[in-house]
Design a protein around this ligand. Sequence first.
Ligand SMILES: NC(=O)c1ccc[n+]([C@@H]2O[C@H](COP(=O)([O-])OP(=O)(O)OC[C@H]3O[C@@H](n4cnc5c(N)ncnc54)[C@H](OP(=O)(O)O)[C@@H]3O)[C@@H](O)[C@H]2O)c1
Length: 344
Amino acid sequence: MSRGVVILGSTGSIGTQALDVIARHPDLYRVVALAAGRNTDLLAAQAAEHHVPADLARACSDDPGALVELAAHPDADVVVNAVVGFAGLPATLGALEHGKRLALANKESMIAGGPLVAKALASGGGEVVPVDSEHSAIYQCLRSGRRVEVGRVVLTASGGPFRGRSREELESVSIDDALAHPTWSMGPKVTIDSSTLMNKGLEVIEAHELFGIDYDRIEVVVHPQSVVHGMVEFSDGATVAQLSLPDMRLPIGLALGAPDRLDEPFGALRLEGPPPPRLRGARPRRLPLPAHRLRGRPGRRCRSGGTQRRQRGRSGGVPRRCDSVGRDRRGGRGCPRRADREGR
Ligand SMILES: NC(=O)c1ccc[n+]([C@@H]2O[C@H](COP(=O)([O-])OP(=O)(O)OC[C@H]3O[C@@H](n4cnc5c(N)ncnc54)[C@H](OP(=O)(O)O)[C@@H]3O)[C@@H](O)[C@H]2O)c1
């Protein structure tokens, strides 16, 4: 029998890809409910296509309680949380408290509310499977050994559109430059956060909260091709990595059905085919972006109580005025520079 899926944030980048995966596998999944922010036209079209009744396709920007209500729907086996920002946290908690499988793209839930998520998991008996590609990779790699055997976890970073640019060159970059991610097509907030490397700092916190790995054992390596998504080094010297071409439908499909994999390849890598993949990596030591210096700071702070981390998470990981594209027109260095100041 097919599994019922609720998609929160259905009109966004992850939400539309989740619907695509479901549409390709009607034998496995059916859509129970949809939630979006304000894009009611697309929401209505999605509801019609996936046979979702009007009262279960809700625009939630002015009705935050609806996200929690839909996340707890009795017919939902899996809740895909693809809402952007802090608005996704209550639905994460609601889904887990009701014992649901949570396919979690909304990283802000873990960053802003990791301890609350842990509590909801313990009380409700739900389950989190990450959708973020790096965390899905680590989730997959961790299947190869026991937790006590994990030595180091490596998250890869493409380096974003500004990799290799000097401080002077970064002074003149525009919002459009920041939105032109070299390897991934994503929603605006995560794309901007990727351009400043703030996203990678947030992902380190996400990895810590998801997998319970100490911060000093989580590392970031710049790997511009975005083919290796994450690696785990085990105590016997083995390194297990997950490789695929950038396609979020792979981690989405896995999060829907794990431990089962879909019988359809997304982003499959043909090692023998042209062009040969170049698997180079480098530590992001020389990146002249101030946000890079924030990497690790939230983690260090949260050891002494976590309030800084949660404050930063409130705006989804960046200072409130930089939270959405277009509010800060100073280009690529404005946001991280302010973040750097506020992070002190
Ligand atoms: N895109 C990726 O490839 C990717 C990869 C890894 C992780 N993620 C994470 O996945 C999450 C979603 O990212 P995205 O790129 O898909 O973002 P996106 O394209 O901007 O989509 C965001 C979705 O959230 C909805 N939304 C916004 N505010 C809402 C609210 N208050 N209540 C209900 N719905 C609301 C939007 O609805 P409307 O458009 O209708 O307003 C839209 O459906 C983020 O946490 C991001 O960091 C994304």
